[in-house]
Design a protein around this ligand. Structure first.
Ligand SMILES: Cc1cc2nc3c(=O)[nH]c(=O)nc-3n(C[C@H](O)[C@H](O)[C@H](O)COP(=O)(O)OP(=O)(O)OC[C@H]3O[C@@H](n4cnc5c(N)ncnc54)[C@H](O)[C@@H]3O)c2cc1C
Ligand SMILES: NC(=O)c1ccc[n+]([C@@H]2O[C@H](COP(=O)([O-])OP(=O)(O)OC[C@H]3O[C@@H](n4cnc5c(N)ncnc54)[C@H](OP(=O)(O)O)[C@@H]3O)[C@@H](O)[C@H]2O)c1
Ligand SMILES: Cc1cc2nc3c(=O)[nH]c(=O)nc-3n(C[C@H](O)[C@H](O)[C@H](O)COP(=O)(O)O)c2cc1C
Length: 609
């Protein structure tokens, strides 16, 4: 046996040389704020120390301590803030700055005390709430136990959507609280709306350049960009660089007499190499309906040939008004700012009254498309002024309804077509209408995968799962079942599905019944709200099965909710609190803590919209 082999074997067979749990925890705590470069340095240092005994190299420690690191923390629900944080990381590394990029979920807020420079990139979720991953950090930082931070320099980049009442609230919360704790803001906070890309790019460039001198003076040499930047990136396709995939199938899966039009969509990713995991979402770019654009042009008294200038891919370009309205601008979603613009331009009293009350304007925008607002007060407008007051088109996300283990290079979606009647006209959603009515089989559709760290099957195949997915919320659970079947997972699976009627709206009914028959699906509970006089919802079924639900949770089940964020997810959460309180003999507050602890252990996950 060679000496090297002997020493390796000795190390692995001698358990007493391994760290015990306390030592490991201490090591994890001590190194959690290290950048990848510092971790690499520390591992070399420890290796040298193990060879040379205790009296080794005090100097390099001092060198690392003196080196300033920029810690970038991202708080993201659907991936945008994470993407921006990675862009920021890349830009800082290129400037020679030592960077430590962290998901805020993996960062102990107490470690802020030992930081010198932090940038938080945070989106806002719910109604002015932090993304799931940031809830604990947010609670700690805003609470009484947060440390004073006189030595910290920081800034914040927030992502949000100005149609929401609490615009960029999470970023604002972090900013205000860090300031109150004594930290110094080194660059102004940027609050970004839905078309955030170019604002972020400019902000990143100016922030990195303002921090560069301070952060590179005593820094250890920067690692090559390729080593540090965007670790874990698996695909070249992204929101800005989507794949042109082949549209295969759009099949209506609600009955002829249903009040809803829900489509099962199949898309072929071909040989692109684009992959996804169950729980991820697919981003879909779309074009507006030409018929709707023509109606809007007629209202504006325009031909569509008028030239307008738009900033596209970072450069100002001339396009026709018609092209701008079909391919580049939102005309189905309305932002409150557009109502303000149109009210002021038209001086229409009713619209001015709506615009003067921000809550009313937000609500009005939520149930009127641009064409409806314009039709309320027709007025001549300069084409350029009109397009300057519209938002850029943003892709819509759809929870993926398939597992690659089953469908290989395909991706399936479950799309509810947004459709309503107003003034004797049927109005349709931009993306759902594109997928359901305008795309033809064989045509191409631009897509990208939005990975969701906050929604996925448990690591262990024998862990039970409880899935609550009424309506289109069923989508990711179809993917979960395909995955569990493919890997022959032994864990129990319990599905709660609900929709309006059994005969018209039982989405993927045959598949669920087959899974039940094969034994893969352990239990299926359904709530058809309109099959009887009294509404029955999924939370009623949860309450009926309360003691079993609690028993599943106690034996380690993971709990998932997908679908409507505004009402269903909140009501289901409330039902779960009551179930846990009653069957766990806990107060309501303790039951909330029980769910909080499930959430921080990734056992309570939501994909709601
Ligand atoms: C993470 C995530 C996952 C998602 N997964 C799914 C999924 O699996 N399946 C799914 O179907 N959707 C899903 N969605 C929602 C999806 O992204 C789109 O929001 C949805 O398809 C509507 O987009 P649209 O472009 O068709 O409609 P838009 O063009 O965005 O909206 C149409 C506009 O019409 C108006 N409007 C809509 N309804 C009414 C009404 N009743 N009365 C008056 N005015 C109205 C409003 O002004 C609205 O803004 C998900 C969303 C997220 C964030
Ligand atoms: N943010 C977005 O852009 C966007 C776009 C599209 C859809 N959505 C949301 O996505 C949801 C999914 O739409 P969907 O048509 O597939 O299903 P859905 O409207 O959620 O309906 C599914 C079932 O849930 C029931 N339900 C209604 N209120 C409930 C509550 N408080 N608790 C539990 N169940 C409740 C419905 O009953 P009844 O209808 O009989 O009351 C129906 O039986 C929509 O509700 C919508 O809010 C959001
Ligand atoms: C369910 C839901 C709730 C949202 N709530 C808010 C909000 O209260 N305030 C806000 O400014 N933006 C809100 N947004 C918009 C997001 O913050 C915005 O889309 C952001 O780019 C998402 O970034 P992320 O992908 O990193 O989570 C919400 C988005 C969704 C889907």
């Amino acid at each position: 046996m060679l000496p090297e082999q002997r020493s390796t074997n000795q190390n692995t067979s001698n358990n007493s040389s391994a760290l015990d749990a306390n030592q490991l925890a201490l090591l994890q705590q001590a190194t959690q704020s290290y950048s990848s470069l510092q971790l690499a340095w520390a591992s070399g240092y420890l290796a040298a120390k193990s060879e040379q005994g205790q009296n080794v190299l005090a100097e390099p420690i001092a060198e690392v301590a003196a080196a300033k690191t920029l810690t970038i923390l991202f708080a993201s629900q659907t991936g945008n803030a994470k993407g921006v944080a990675k862009q920021l990381e890349q830009s800082a590394v290129t400037a020679g700055i030592n960077v430590n990029l962290k998901n805020i979920a993996d960062y102990k807020a107490k470690a802020l005390k030992s930081e010198t420079h932090v940038i938080v990139v945070a989106s806002t979720n719910g109604e002015g709430e932090p993304p799931d991953d940031a809830i604990e950090f947010h609670e700690f930082l805003l609470g009484k136990k947060a440390p004073k931070l006189p030595n910290l320099s920081y800034t914040v980049l927030s992502l949000g959507d100005s149609s929401y009442e609490f615009f960029c609230q999470t970023g604002k919360d972090f900013d205000e609280r860090l300031k109150a704790l004594g930290a110094k803001q080194v660059a102004p906070r940027l609050d970004c709306d839905v078309d955030y890309e170019y604002d972020c790019e400019a902000w990143i460039a100016s922030t990195v350049s303002s921090l560069k001198d301070e952060l590179t003076q005593s820094s250890v040499a920067a690692a090559p960009v390729a080593e540090l930047a965007t670790a874990g990136a698996t695909s070249t396709y992204s929101k800005q660089n989507p794949l042109a995939a082949e549209f295969l199938v759009s099949q209506k899966i609600t009955g002829r007499d249903s009040a809803k039009d829900v489509r099962h969509i199949e898309i072929d990713l071909g040989e692109s190499g684009l992959t996804y995991q169950v729980g991820d979402a697919l981003g879909v770019w779309f074009e507006n309906d030409e018929v709707l654009v023509n109606e809007l042009l007629a209202q504006l008294n325009a031909t569509g040939d008028e030239k307008v200038s738009l900033k596209l891919n970072g450069t100002q370009q001339d396009v026709s008004l018609k092209d701008a309205l079909i391919s580049h601008l939102e005309i189905t979603q309305t932002a409150p700012a557009f109502i303000q613009f149109w009210a002021e331009l038209s001086k229409d009293e009713a619209l001015l009254a709506v615009a003067s009350d921000s809550n009313h304007a937000r609500e009005f925008a939520g149930n009127h498309q641009i064409v409806e607002v314009v039709s309320l007060a027709k007025i001549a407008v300069e084409p350029q002024a009109f397009v300057d007051n519209l938002r850029k088109i943003t892709p819509r996300l759809y929870s993926i309804a398939s597992a690659q283990a089953e469908v290989e290079e395909e991706v399936h979606l479950t799309v509810g077509v947004v459709s309503y009647e107003a003034n004797d006209k049927t109005r349709i959603g931009g993306a759902s209408g594109f997928l359901a009515n305008r795309l033809e089989e064989g045509q191409s559709v631009r897509v990208f995968v939005e990975h969701n760290d906050n929604f996925g099957l448990p690591e262990s195949d024998d862990t039970p799962v409880i899935m609550i997915g009424p309506g289109t919320g069923v989508a990711p659970f179809r993917a979960f079942m395909q995955q569990r079947e493919a890997v022959e997972a032994s864990g129990d699976n319990w599905m709660f599905f609900g929709d309006q009627t059994f005969t018209q709206d039982f989405l993927y009914q045959v598949e669920w019944q087959n899974y039940l028959k094969s034994g893969l699906l352990t239990r299926l509970d359904v709530a058809f709200s309109r099959d009887q006089a009294e509404k029955i919802y999924v939370q009623d079924r949860l309450r009926e099965q309360a003691s079993d639900v609690f028993e599943w949770l106690e034996r380690g089940a993971h709990l998932y909710i997908c679908g409507d964020a505004n009402r269903m997810a909140k009501d289901v959460h409330q039902a779960l609190v009551e179930i846990i309180s009653e069957h766990g003999k806990l107060t309501i507050e303790q039951a909330e803590d029980y769910l909080k602890s499930l959430r921080s252990n990734k056992r309570y996950q939501k994909d709601v919209y």
